[in-house]
Design a binder for this molecule. Sequence first.
Ligand SMILES: Cc1ncc(C[n+]2csc(CCOP(=O)(O)OP(=O)(O)O)c2C)c(N)n1
Length: 542
Amino acid sequence: MSDQKQYMHQSIAQAVCDHGIDTMFGLVGDANLFMANHFVNECSGTMVPAAHEGGTVLMAQAYAQVTGKVGVATVTQGPGLTNCFTALREGVVGRSPIILLCGDTPATAPFHPQNIDQREVVKATGAGFEQVKAPDTSARDMATAFYRARKERRPIVVNIPADFMWAEVEHKPVVFPLPESHSTVTEGPVHEEAIGMIASAKRPLILAGAGAASAKDKLIALSERLEAPLATTLKGTGLFAGHPNNIGYFGTLSTAEAYDVIGAADCVIVFGAWMHFLTTDRGELLKGKRVIQVNNSLSDAGAFYQPDAVLIADAGQTADNILHWMDEAEVAPSGFSRELPSHDISKHPKGDPDKSREGCINLEYALDRLNEALPQNRIMLTDGGRYITEVWCRVSVPDPNSFHMTDNFAAIGQGMQQAVGAAHGDPSRPVVLFMGDGGFMMGGANEFNTAVRTKRDLIVIICNDSAYGAEHIQMLDRQMNPSLTEFNWPSFAEVAKAMGGEGVEVTSPDGLEVAIDAINARNGPIIVDLKLDPNTVPRMRM
Ligand SMILES: Cc1ncc(C[n+]2csc(CCOP(=O)(O)OP(=O)(O)O)c2C)c(N)n1
């Protein structure tokens, strides 16, 4: 197809293929219909048709996370773009490389009812904006957008005026390769100071975030040499599962025993994490300790917490380097990990099935049981709401890359769309989504049907307390009437069936076993509706 006369909309579709992308998430309108059609019918591409424009961007976000590629979405002009506002912000905060191909009303039609200043809309979300300047620059503009999405790690909206769509162009593939960044180890006074702090520590502890996931084995080797307990952030979840030095989460999600171990540490070596205020329990957990942060990006250094030493360096190589200097200086192992209790202190106490009122299931018990029973090779996503910290503490994933938070912008109702995108990113693995009833009604029901239409392997667990639980508890705390936060929703199991999927309602431990059987026998997307008592759902661990 290269070097041929084409219409510009065809060249745009071709440019997506030129970047090695065969799937886009879209909702068509005047301004992107022919481009999308060309992508599907002439470029052998797949377009996943979302039910709402915001869904296209969120699906592309999860697709990018699961595949490591740039996620591509497309919407029409005006309201098509404004419907993406929250999703674009989610992509910005989640640092997702996404391209949003967005039509724009013709410059010659200022009174077009869908006309809006699209640049200003995009700017307010924090996403990048790339204008297609003329038909002849479109392939280059597309290449720039792809380059920026990867370099800036945020959504880039490609603004394509409708006036250009049917202009004839000569399509020449343009791809700008991203320069490789080489992993490094630091040297010099700060490095030496950091080594000195570690060598003199009596109780060192290693904390790893998602940015250190690929350095797992080297971090374990360092932990064994130093006899330092291992902990992770939320996004590093599961990295050290099963290792005897593992204490699980560092921060407000820690078990009580792990929290005490962290309290006793005198030096924390942090790899690939930016030390969120909840990871550090608002700084409390790091008070009086020496903190060394190893990060490959300056932008994450000292973001929430100012450490004693920052090394902008590769996690694995730095772990090796620290180990080398400990051997050189013949530093004795600290013995700290040998003080850990013999049982696994990363696990929270089990939920009690008897602790739920008639017609409801105990959330902690249900999550513990689902953790055992859900497919072990799952990709897991969580929406937002009061239930999520319990999910994070009780439901595990095979590795940190298998977990995706969908409320980086703290917006509920962004999970189903991302679950659909993840399921398109890796169709070989089951995708499990945990969400609240409020999140489901806000953005879940319509895109559940997209999972049905596109035949995904999706298991949705709705933690249904018939309330906006996060708000419900605030009303109760102030002895106020919570009725504004309570809802009499329809049966979600029936909604699932009406949408073409499967659905099971769970009101008791026996009912949970029936739901687990249904999960195991599933033949398409399934919703499990866990009926919860809003008055006994635990508070968030924050
Ligand atoms: C888009 C958006 N609207 C409103 C809120 C405020 N909010 C935070 S949690 C929540 C309740 C969510 O209810 P649900 O999904 O049922 O989860 P629960 O808190 O009950 O566990 C609301 C409305 C938000 N975070 N995002």
